[in-house]
Design a protein around this ligand. Structure first.
Ligand code: PBG
Length: 334
């Protein structure tokens, strides 16, 4: 036969050697679980997100206790808001007795070690389903106001901080909101509350199942005047520079698996930690393919999340957090 001097396969010849050579790891401590919380006592399965629930506050506390026992110690809270509490301004968003402040207080008193992150944006609270305040023109066209939106987002963030949130996660993509939120939090003595910026949030089709879960799809127009164009990567670097100057504690890219180049580019440019959001559509694609029997759910989900880590994400927001943490624990026990 011929002479082959260099044989990369030597580094793959046994499970033990493969483990020594492994460049990237995935563990429960890298995961953040997005959770939906609603008024009342029922925990309702979400049709568009199999395995996920709209939790009551007590259901949420129990599920977070289970997550912590699996090694997942951070959750991101989203409000499910009944239609009768929605208005044009989304004013329920800054009600100190609203569902999110109530949930934060319950979690912090039952599970003080849990890190509680909260979503800041108006879409679940607004009849328009937009993340900011909407101005309607006589010809029927609309504008999403920037500076006015930031003002109310500050009010929302302060109600979360007052209730005990550890990390505020503004998902609205308004310009300058990190600097203004930072100043608003500091002015009220919340200099310990962190800001995770949705730095590169794309106007993606893959948020569909999430909007189904919250009934928060935009009623008019789309989100293209504030969320980023999927065609752009340099623009994400510009957003990252601004967020970092404005005082973000860490950055986030969303969606994740279709935007691995963006995660890698941010990783190369920024010194800040980077999160990636494996969004509802990415989760549902794997769940549906697995339900039809054509994909191995466990292998596909673990591979998707590991590859997000390989691209450079320090942490991953994923609906699969409880399953993944349980699978990782099983593997470690084998
Ligand atoms: C809105 C928000 C969205 C998601 C998180 N926050 C949807 C949107 O921008 O319309 C999507 C999350 C997902 O799809 O999993 N503030």
């Amino acid at each position: 036969m011929f002479d082959i001097p260099i044989r990369p396969r030597r580094n793959r010849k046994s499970a033990s050697i493969r483990a020594l050579m492994r460049e990237t790891t995935l563990s429960a401590s890298h995961l953040i679980c997005p959770m939906f919380v609603q008024e009342g006592d029922s925990n309702d399965p979400i049709e568009s997100l199999p395995g996920c629930y709209r939790w009551s506050i007590s259901g949420l506390v129990d599920e977070c206790r289970r997550l912590m026992s699996l090694g997942v110690s951070c959750v991101d809270l989203f409000a499910v808001v009944p239609d009768e509490k929605k208005d044009e301004h989304g004013s329920e968003a800054w009600n100190p007795e609203g569902i999110v402040p109530q949930a934060i207080r319950a979690l912090k008193s039952a599970l003080p070690e849990l890190t509680v992150m909260t979503d800041v944006a108006l879409d679940p609270f607004s009849t328009y389903g937009h993340d900011g305040l909407v101005l309607e023109y006589p010809d029927g066209s609309i504008e999403i106001l920037n500076d006015e939106s930031i003002e109310v987002l500050c009010k929302q963030a302060l109600t979360h901080a007052e209730a005990g949130a550890d990390i505020i996660a503004p998902s609205d993509m308004m310009d300058g909101r990190i600097a203004v939120l930072r100043a608003a939090l500091d002015a009220e003595g919340f200099d310990d509350v962190s800001l995770m910026s949705y730095t590169a949030k794309y106007a993606s089709a893959f948020y569909g199942p999430f909007r189904g879960a919250l009934g928060s799809a935009p009623k008019f127009g789309d989100k293209c005047s504030y969320q980023m164009d999927p065609a752009n990567a340099r623009e994400a670097l510009r957003e990252a520079e601004l967020d970092s100057m404005e005082g973000a504690d860490f950055l986030m890219v969303k969606p994740a698996t279709l935007y691995l180049d963006v995660i890698a580019a941010l990783r190369a440019q920024s010194k800040l930690p980077i999160a990636a959001y494996h969004v509802s559509g990415e989760y549902l694609m794997i769940k549906s393919a697995a339900a039809s029997g054509w994909l191995d759910e466990r292998k596909a989900m673990l591979e998707a999340l590991l590859c997000i880590r390989r691209a450079g994400a320090d942490m991953i927001l994923t609906y699969a957090a409880p399953d993944v943490a349980a699978w990782l624990r099983d593997e470690a026990g084998q």
